[in-house]
Write a protein that binds this ligand. Structure first.
Ligand code: CP
Ligand code: NVA
Length: 305
């Protein structure tokens, strides 16, 4: 079993992971040790930079009693062109699970095809499932449930947007995405969601997306790997920002989400990210807790978790 995308899960699994993560968070806060992964090793293979994903997975593994090995492309043979399929077969002989952060989604699919241990997506150009699981957990904590909510996505139809689309289709909440033309989410992901009857709509109108929303969500205008497009994107995304005017259109108890890192005064204003509706720090912290639930499940220690 792998976690390459939200579509690898079903609703019961997402609910179980969120419930378990909230329980593990409580245990940690009460100082109760829980080390079901003693002796297990998690490999982290990262071809892009990371703060949250790396530190939260490493801390999660240590808190569960296991260890981690970190490998970047620049310091491994991967950076010198060793084939993915060779790397996968070798690394999975040493570790009990692997988190991969890379570019094309086909790279992680190929790795998973040759790996003998579970593979977890720590971000590809197409998906970021661990972040969206942490976000769903944050919504459940803050709102009690995701059912019946309107979630708005404002900005780029990127990897985060794609994973949100899969989550909306799987969990049944309404998702309205405001993206400029030419920057819409992945067509295959949209078709997958549509076939499942997802309540998903795309517009170019930010105000339409934000109106009455329970959750306002955004992400950077230029993702990792798109640095050369930055100037063009700064122009294309003008206005696709969560500021206090957009926040005022949302539900009065709306929460504002951003997976971070944020570019203040591009996709979100400093006032909003630092304001009372912002849930970004909880989202970031919840990466730790939800990934502990994922690791327990995939590294094979807790029945039904
Ligand atoms: N949100 C997120 O995945 O952050 P990092 O790039 O720092 O891991
Ligand atoms: N869309 C962003 C998310 C970073 C966590 C990127 O891929 O760079």
């Amino acid at each position: 079993m792998n976690l390459l995308a939200i579509s690898d899960l079903d609703r019961a699994r997402v609910d179980a992971l969120v419930e378990r993560a909230i329980m593990l968070k409580g245990r940690l806060e009460r100082g109760i040790a829980h080390r079901p992964l003693m002796g297990k090793v998690l490999g982290l293979v990262f071809e892009k930079p990371s703060t949250r994903t790396r530190v939260s997975f490493e801390s999660a593994m240590y808190q569960l009693g296991g260890n981690t090995v970190f490998l970047s492309s620049s310091t491994s043979q991967m950076g010198r062109g060793e084939p993915v399929k060779d790397t996968a077969r070798v690394i999975s002989g040493y570790v009990d699970g692997v988190v991969i952060r890379t570019f094309g989604h086909s790279i992680i699919e190929e790795f998973a095809g040759y790996s003998t241990v579970p593979v977890i997506n720590g971000l590809t150009d197409l998906h970021h499932p661990c972040q969206v699981l942490a976000d769903v957990m944050t919504i459940v904590e803050k709102k009690g449930t995701y059912s019946g909510l309107k979630v708005a996505w404002i900005g780029d139809g990127n990897n985060m947007a794609n994973s949100w689309i899969e989550a909306a289709a799987l969990l049944g909440f309404e998702l309205v995405l405001a993206c400029p033309k030419g920057y819409w989410p992945d067509r295959g992901v949209l078709e997958w969601a549509e076939a499942r009857g997802g309540k998903i709509r795309i517009t170019e109108d930010v105000e339409d997306a934000a109106a009455g929303a329970d959750v306002l969500n955004t992400d950077v205008w230029a993702s990792m790997g798109q640095e050369e497009e930055r100037e063009k994107r700064l122009e294309a995304f003008k206005g696709y920002r969560i500021d206090s005017d957009i926040l005022a259109l949302a539900d009065r108890d709306a929460i504002v989400m951003h997976c971070l890192p944020a570019h203040r005064d591009e996709e979100i204003t400093d006032e909003v990210i630092e304001g009372g509706h912002s849930a970004v720090w909880e989202q970031a912290e919840n990466r730790l807790h939800i990934q502990k639930a994922v690791l327990e499940w995939l590294l094979g220690c807790v029945e039904g978790a």
